[in-house]
Design a binder for this molecule. Structure first.
Ligand SMILES: *Cc1c(COP(=O)(O)O)cnc(C)c1O
Length: 364
């Protein structure tokens, strides 16, 4: 792909920044965004950082009709020394291209896209909130923009990156949630789009979440789409169980989304010599472990919450109370280590951190 430069078109006035202890998730956006266009003739072109504003799209743009789109989610963290850090962002760029491939969207230049993200974050550095546990959420996404109602891959796309200051996920400390095992709806099936980060997977997951929300459940535990027997994910996170001293997570099977956090958890557990296996795990096996007292911990893993302990799992009419409804030792250690690395409080043995330099060094 051709060397591209990023055109800078910055705002003359800046929005007022919110209090960093009153932030919610994804409601406020920074002053600028990154955009790059694609056409079959020109490839990816016209990379620019411009004021954040509504898009102008033709009502027949394909994104509105057939949902050909992909997205990513990562965060920029501010350390106590004022450094700006990203956590394994190259993994997100690789996954974006894997999602692109599944959705018939042309690949992006991963290095250039990461450079664009760094440059945008550097421009918006003052938007990174300072309060404990807060961060600047980064949402890269690609939409199909060709005005055409035929069912085919679009010939035009936009790659856009927006930024949103987000509050601490756990305001009163990391706390376990109640989860309902979902027996009716499924998130993804083998051969479908479960492995890709695409909006359609989320649209189809809303119903199950809505049905359990008023019974006090935070999320659902998704089972496989064929037999509804094997565990896949929890909400929009990957899931881990500690059974009889060994940590188990569902093996990547084609319908599970491969999380960057999942991969990092596995690497850390191996590093600590905690037994960890990736394999199929059924609800029956989990029920048995619960009965004989060997189900020691359960937790979700994803960028937003990092680690989300599961205090109770409800399967049909059976409640499994896990670790007395308290956060387990492994979950706590993983949470502390991952956030410690992200915020620069702990050493980074795997070179996971990518620093964002000052704007002057990025804009040559
Ligand atoms: C994004 C996502 C995850 C978590 O991925 P991370 O890279 O760890 O944030 C897990 N499951 C689903 C369905 C997701 O969309």
């Amino acid at each position: 792909m051709e060397e591209q430069s990023i055109q800078m078109n910055l705002c003359s006035t800046r929005k007022e920044k919110p209090d960093s202890d009153q932030l919610e998730f994804g409601k406020i956006f920074t002053d600028h965004m990154f955009i790059m266009d694609y056409s079959d003739e020109k490839g990816w072109h016209d990379a620019r950082i411009t004021p954040y504003e509504p898009l102008r799209l033709d009502p027949s743009a394909m994104i509105f009709h057939y949902g050909q789109s992909v997205f990513e989610g990562l965060k920029a963290y501010l350390t106590s020394e004022g450094k700006v850090q990203l956590f394994r962002p190259e993994k997100n760029m690789q996954r974006l291209n894997r999602s692109n491939n599944r959705l018939c969207i042309p690949p992006i230049d991963e290095e250039f896209a990461l450079q664009a993200i760094k440059q945008l974050v550097a421009v918006e550095k003052d938007w990174i909130p300072r309060a404990e546990g807060t961060s600047l959420y980064i949402r890269p996404f690609i939409i199909s923009t060709e005005p055409y109602l035929g069912v085919a891959p679009s010939s035009h796309y936009q790659f856009i990156v927006i930024l949103s200051p987000v509050g601490a996920y756990y305001k009163e400390g990391i706390n376990p949630v109640k989860i309902a095992v979902e027996n009716q709806y499924v998130r993804a099936v083998l051969g479908g789009t479960g492995e890709a980060k695409t909006g359609g997977n989320y649209a189809s997951s809303l119903k199950a979440q809505e049905m359990v929300a008023d019974q006090g459940f935070a999320q659902v535990l998704w089972l496989d789409g064929v037999e509804k027997k094997y565990i896949e994910e929890v909400g929009s996170m990957n899931v881990f169980f500690k059974i009889n001293g060994e940590v188990v997570t569902p093996a990547l099977n084609g319908s599970i989304l491969e999380g960057v956090t999942r991969n990092s958890v596995i690497k850390l557990l191996k590093h600590w010599n905690v037994p960890i296996v990736e394999r199929k795990i059924s609800m029956e096996e989990l029920a048995k472990a619960n009965k004989d007292g060997t189900l020691e911990e359960a937790f979700g893993a994803g960028t937003a919450a990092v680690i989300s302990p599961i205090g109770q799992l409800t399967w049909n009419d059976e409640d499994f109370v896990i670790n007395h409804g308290k956060t387990g030792k492994i979950a706590k250690r993983l949470y502390d280590t991952l956030t410690g690395i992200q915020y620069g409080k702990e050493s980074d043995p795997f070179d996971w951190i990518v620093e964002v330099e000052e704007v002057e060094q990025l804009v040559r």
